[in-house]
Design a protein around this ligand. Sequence first.
Ligand SMILES: Nc1ncnc2c1ncn2[C@@H]1O[C@H](COP(=O)(O)OP(=O)(O)OP(=O)(O)O)[C@@H](O)[C@H]1O
Length: 479
Amino acid sequence: MSENAEDKAVSIPAQSDGAEAKSSGAATLTKDAAPGETLLKVTGLQKHFPIRKGLLQRQVGAVRAVDGIDFEVKSGETLGVVGESGCGKSTMGRLITRLLEPTAGTIEFEGKDITHLGVGGMRPMRRDVQMIFQDPYSSLNPRHTIGTIIGAPFRLQGVTPEGGIKKEVQRLLSVVGLNPEHYNRYPHEFSGGQRQRIGIARALALNPKLVVADEPVSALDVSIQAQVVNLLDDLQQELGLTYVIIAHDLSVVRHVSDRIAVMYLGKIVELADRESLYRAPMHPYTKALMSAVPIPDPKRKSAKSERILLKGDVPSPIAPPSGCRFHTRCWKATEICRTTEPQLLELKPGQRVACHHPENFEDQAPQDTVLLSDAKEAAELVPDAVLEESAETSAAVAAEVHADTAEPAAEEPSEPAAEEATEAPSSEAAEAGSEEAPSSEAAEEAPDAAEASTEETAEDAAPGASDASDDAPESGGRK
Ligand SMILES: Nc1ncnc2c1ncn2[C@@H]1O[C@H](COP(=O)(O)OP(=O)(O)OP(=O)(O)O)[C@@H](O)[C@H]1O
């Protein structure tokens, strides 16, 4: 994490608050976690989305998006969560922010069980837990000014900041590096990076303790990614925030995370502090993810055997493979992997892994030596050309993330509209649109969650991907 936060005049004053008084009878959090204490504890967390068919809408199966995960987040730390698309990262993020109702398991925030709190019970807690969404194009309502968007949390919570909402919104704009005079402008007048700053300002409005950022920079150009990551980093240091940052690969989270959880098909397969994970990844899947985004390190560059490209897609979470879920794509898989699910065990201090045949550690099932027939076909070496391209991106982010020379956002280079438009894949826009309006199944199953989502975010969310695609900035440059 960068150390240049001291220069920045970032501070959020205590709020004068009417919300807690109003919500008598609702859960009120009184205990503040000191740095290093457990802020969030998740145990056996599951989310199974029902699959219904026929006129009677009978349940015929379930998408096991999150299928029994345990982890803790300590106050003041950044937990990175990585894994390929579809492995349940976003669902996990929405569960811990209680935008979705869990199927099983518990979520404790500051020692309080919040697993099944309803909308009323969650209201005071919503101040403490905020989410930053992936797509800055569709997560802001194009019909609202940014003043309205960033001020919405105050109105929803009935909070009146000192000096009024407008003054506080303008202060938040300058905190995230935007011009406070742009209070009355609309989202389409801003570039992607600027819009993500608006999303961050909205998330910070109520002075949260935990911020869950779901792929906060993946829709942005690489150079802008580093600026937004730096901003999150500086804000964390100034405001003592705790982050859960979700990403599909390690290129961004590895620079900002204290610990990293690697997810595969609804499970955490490895959870370790950053240093241990990079020095000696233990799960073959972690190793594959790391080699997909090579570290610009000459020692590793020459090690061809480290360059692993997994074949095939993540299997369906409707019917995940037996035993170890990764066994169908693992080059080390043996019979025990097919039949017996490995538990997430702390094999080294601070490093938990769920694998029978871990890397960089003694074999947990040494008697089982015969590879499954698919194992030899499971992965291949990555051609050097692909690696080089990937290393360039990775190096560019690395160079900027740690550069103390991070320019103030007002100097952020222009982002041409055309470039911006191509950076936001339509599927992401569609997802972000549906984010605020979960599928009818999900909404049916978790009315509280759907309502909560609506309450907090839909007001300022674009109705869908089509709106987002209309949002090409009129002028890509900063206003
Ligand atoms: N509302 C829903 N109804 C049914 N299935 C869902 C719903 N939301 C997510 N899923 C499914 O759950 C699985 C996990 O999805 P999730 O979005 O959490 O994964 P992810 O790792 O965040 O992937 P991505 O990076 O693509 O968002 C996927 O198979 C997805 O199709």
